[in-house]
Design a protein around this ligand. Sequence first.
Ligand code: MEV
Length: 450
Amino acid sequence: MTVKGIKGFSKLSKEGKTEWLIENYFDEPEKALQTLKGYWHSDASIQKLHDEFIENTLTNYYMPFGVAPNFLINGKMYCLPMAIEESSVVAAMAKAGNFWLERGGFKAEVISTKKIGHVHFVWRGKDSSNLRRFFDSIRQKFIDETNDITKNMRARGGGILDVELVDRSDLEPNYYQIKGSFETCDSMGANFINTILEKWSSILEKYISTTTLLSEEDRQIEVIMCILSNYTPECIVRAEVSCPVDMLTEGTDMSAEDFCENFVRAVHVAEIEPYRAVTHNKGIMNGVDSLIIATGNDFRAIEACVHAYASRSGTYKSLSHVEIKDGMFRFYIELPLSLGTVGGITSLHPMVKFSSELLGNPSARELMQIVAVAGLAQNFSALRSLTTTGIQKGHMKMHLLNILNQFEATQEEKVAIIDSFKDRIPSYQLALEEFCKLRGITVDEFVKKQ
Ligand code: MEV
């Protein structure tokens, strides 16, 4: 199909947009329409809410929402809400929750909560000490002239922590920043920070154009942009688990020493080998993202930040660490997590409100701790499987249903095939063979029909 572009698409009604789309891109428009409509919410007011979250909404995109109970964090029991599509992640999380519940649970602590934003600008003067003198003379204006914007945040204990001039002209000719540090309490703070930065940009332009501290030539600036930074290396939470080494393999026939040796080596590999570190950290993000999405936070911001943080030494490294000392096993993680429990879609999305209530309506600080624990727990489960049974045993067991659904197996066929893998690890090929055997057809015949 050759599709012509369309002008004014966003102005069309939802029906108009849908019609244009399915007529132009689908061989079977009626089927495509049914797919879209099948995901509309039966409650028109909830559908309207979703329609208004973004532009050009046509329908909803579902993700499974599961829970992992039995998480003891700082002495309090939680059931973790998780929105994720990957088969084995919730099972792995639940396993870690149970495992550590019997060993004292998780401890977590918020280390810092500072957020950063910049007015990026160009100043072409020769002597930056003149610019600094001017900045110092108006520094207080950045605070005073944004008092109306910061009033509510100050009442909640937050606001502007600092405002500085930063000279980055060694990296890019004539490049400077007004760098702001902020405390945004229970909100992630993007709108608050960006509003202040845009105001700062106009304050800067207003005062520099009339200052007598700079020559007329040096009173020119060009603002490049005003934006918060999603890199938050000073918004840090730490989570850890620990127990006597002997307790690690209780109930198994494995020695605690062997387990520890493999586990410690696996973490060290992720500390020195970026190829492994990326996969190791991806496993951590399985836990982090599923909670971030369930609680309506910005997973793109968290992902970008966490990976930058993992590279802060100049080499991409593991986010988790392990220590064996005096017969104790200690496994811990430090994550930069800028989260919100107010603002954004937190008070709008029904499932986000549900997740929040499930967690006891936590503050942003409490949520940081819960999410860091989720990352650590997921990592623990992955490493435990990888260094003992191998990952495929648990993963393929969970993924088997997806494969059988792909074959459109009946409920009876599913039960029989799952049972046939009781004592062996499934794979796509083995599942296919088992399925065809049950249907009395050859694999070739089935594949040809697909
Ligand atoms: C799969 O989603 C995540 C793992 O690859 C993580 C890891 O290797 O540590 C199992």
